[in-house]
Design a protein. Sequence first.
Length: 285
Amino acid sequence: MDGHILDVNGCRTYYLDLGSGPTIIMLHGASVAVDADITWHRAIAHLSQSYRVIAYDQPGFGRTDMPKDGRYMNRLARVEHALAFVDRLGIERACLVGHSEGAFMATRMAIERPTLASGLVLVTTGGTAPRLGGELDRDWMAASKAAYDYSGGADTEAGFVRANASLSRGNDPTLERKLRENYRRALATGQIAMFRNLPADELDLDLYVQLQESHIHPHLDSMTVPTLIIWAANDPTVPIERGVALMRLIPGADLHVFGGASHMVMLDRADDFNRLLAGWFAGRH
């Protein structure tokens, strides 16, 4: 897919913009070598037949620069960049789709600018879902620490690919090729070094969850935007119970759980995922 470059508040931002029709903005999550293309390439190919689909690399990811002052290191700051990006493109109304940490961003965008969001889709998102309480959080926190341990898994390209195997259940040659390409780019741009030096509030899960408890959860009961929550049945970092808990915080939200899928549910169950989204979008336009 051929992308474009846009200056957003001094940050050289890479984005994909395909198709025509009602606008969908897709936001990727946050881990080493993730970007818009690797997350959404299958969804974009399908949805852009009927919609204008925009997916961009967030600051420090993929082909988008990380400003040297480090101002976009956390989720809240990346929301500011996302809204500035939307403004630069002149978009006034769109359905916001976020995966993992991208769902935090999509939800916060809808909270800060209610007139922007025509719909909200939240996909397998530990960065948005509530904790379960006490011992019920022990297993998913341990799984998250293991899955996102950047101290050694990214030392080599082969090690990085092996470490990411837990995020997707299929043996997908296209995904592996993209992972290898992105790993090389992340190494060259310093992204891997950035992830090894994240601030404490991005590494300590107790502090990490406090961000959504402060900036997302208090606003959910007053949200009126139609919301679809999509979850993977086989992702130990974000068990189904957290998806159910998130659904209960959002009035009228729907929850769809895909079996046979891990964290990258949009890849593991691509055809079914795309059909679900297309049908849900069709009902809103």
